[in-house]
Design a protein. Sequence first.
Length: 224
Amino acid sequence: MPAFGLASTAAASVGDDVTIVTLGTLTNLDTDTPGYSLGDTLYVSATTAGGLTNSAPTGESNLIQNIGKVQRVHASTGSVKVGGAGRASATPNLDNGKIFIGNASNQSVTSTFTTALDNQTGIGTSGNGQVYLDEQTITAGGWDLSTGNNWTVGAVAIPQPTNGVAGQTGVIRVTAAPTSWPAGGTLKYPGGTPAVLSAFPVLIPFYVKSSTEVLTGSPISDIT
């Protein structure tokens, strides 16, 4: 691969000259025994050297090249219209469960969906193939919403969130009672005051209404 045409006659021995048809009709062929049908597209075989097949080769390890089309089906006077492009298909085969993705060299490569996601910052996958967003920790020193949507916090003084983008949503997993919640700033609470939490962990959803207003929802308890 790739093939530029088809030999019009078989060579008697290695090194003998043969005529190659690159564009035109190749006649006096047995197009019946292989089981070809009129109009079949013929491909360079991936299993038989120098052979043809009317089924496109499968599997990522095999290239695909259309080399001609069956014009007449006969055991001895069959014919094939040859069109040797001299190159394989630009879009190769793709194995089951794989995707195409661009690599660091800006070229198309294959990968599994979960592997491709694992390579992205802030995204991972579990052993059963479930996709999750990496959880980050809110510290007393800062809570930067530009770095993620999934957060966890414990017994610390929670600061005001920063760098939120309107429309952004996320969740806070509270594992212990915070020493304090911010008041009078960006973070807003249902009813105007933070909920009193007693059982942990607790999930608190949030929605960024604007860069200066982050709305929190009602706590969700009884989770594991």
